[in-house]
Design a protein around this ligand. Structure first.
Ligand SMILES: NC(=O)c1ccc[n+]([C@@H]2O[C@H](COP(=O)([O-])OP(=O)(O)OC[C@H]3O[C@@H](n4cnc5c(N)ncnc54)[C@H](OP(=O)(O)O)[C@@H]3O)[C@@H](O)[C@H]2O)c1
Length: 254
């Protein structure tokens, strides 16, 4: 028996139009899952969808802004109508808007909290209701190393607050939903290349920042989140809930 096998499982990945969300969706498909993709840019989702269809899996792409409960409700309903169930939810959609706390605008605070924290709540709420009916579910929230530690290079109290919040939400929902055979865990990635980090990781001072902060002295490579993702999405993690796995080259361990 392969405890990491996801054959026949139905997964939903938010923020699947770029960066890490694309990798999460393909990793789940590689393990056998059919995948629903959410994001606002449908044209980019369609590209990912065609790649997953070419792997022999079912895939649906749905335009959904995770900050809108109306859009989340109808998008989740559409997935259930087509797939019949949702076994795995990966709450990955996220954004950033950095500035020193004393200069941060209310709009930037709201944008990051609404996307990175309220979005996780809204999608989990609606998918969770379906998972409760099924008496089965695996929820994987994407937090960050900045959900555990501060940082000396990119002032972003909004991002830190949201990502710490995701870890709190993970613990709370894990406790509430354990009786329904639903596990809720999160992953705290270190730095990985994506649209979000493209500007930051090319700064000359960024290399020194990573060398000083990360025992492995490098950012993550494509695919290096897959192990944690598949573990938390599969029955390999059947006795694990409420926890966060940091995949960060040791960043938050020292
Ligand atoms: N890359 C890193 O180093 C790193 C480290 C730690 C944690 N993370 C986390 O990993 C996740 C993915 O980030 P990434 O680095 O891959 O960045 P990215 O390439 O910018 O991807 C962000 C994704 O979120 C989607 N998104 C943003 N706002 C949305 C909204 N309101 N509704 C629906 N989808 C929305 C975007 O799609 P649309 O624009 O098409 O909607 C996109 O697919 C985020 O939660 C991020 O905080 C990243």
């Amino acid at each position: 028996m392969n405890i990491f096998d996801l054959t026949g499982k139905k997964a939903l990945v938010t923020g699947a139009s770029s960066g890490l969300g694309v990798q999460h969706a393909k990793a789940l498909a590689e393990q056998g899952a059919d995948v629903a993709l959410f994001a606002r840019r449908l044209d980019k989702l369609e590209v990912v969808k065609n790649e997953i269809l070419a792997m022999g899996r079912q895939c649906i792409a749905i335009k959904c802004d995770v900050t809108s409960e109306g859009e989340v409700t109808s998008a989740v309903d559409e997935v259930i109508r087509i797939f019949g169930r949702i076994d795995i939810l990966v709450n990955n959609a996220g954004t950033s808007a950095n500035s020193p706390s004393e200069q941060m605008t209310e709009a930037d605070w709201d944008k990051v909290l609404n996307t990175n924290l309220k979005g996780v709540f809204l999608v989990s709420k609606h998918v969770g209701a379906q998972m409760i009916k099924q008496n089965y579910g695996k929820v994987v929230n994407i937090s960050s190393i900045f959900g555990k530690v501060g940082n000396s290079m990119f002032p972003a109290c909004n991002y830190h607050a949201a990502k710490h919040g995701v870890i709190g939400l993970t613990r709370a929902m894990a406790d509430e939903w354990a009786k329904y055979n639903i596990t809720v865990n999160s992953i705290g990635p270190g730095f990985f290349e994506s649209e979000m980090t493209a500007g930051a990781i090319n700064l000359p001072e960024f290399k020194a920042y990573v060398e000083n902060s990360c025992p492995m002295k490098r950012i993550g490579r494509p695919g290096e989140l897959n192990g944690a993702l598949i573990y938390l999405s599969s029955d390999a993690s059947s006795y694990m809930t409420g926890h966060t796995i940091y995949v960060d080259g040791g960043w938050t361990a020292v």
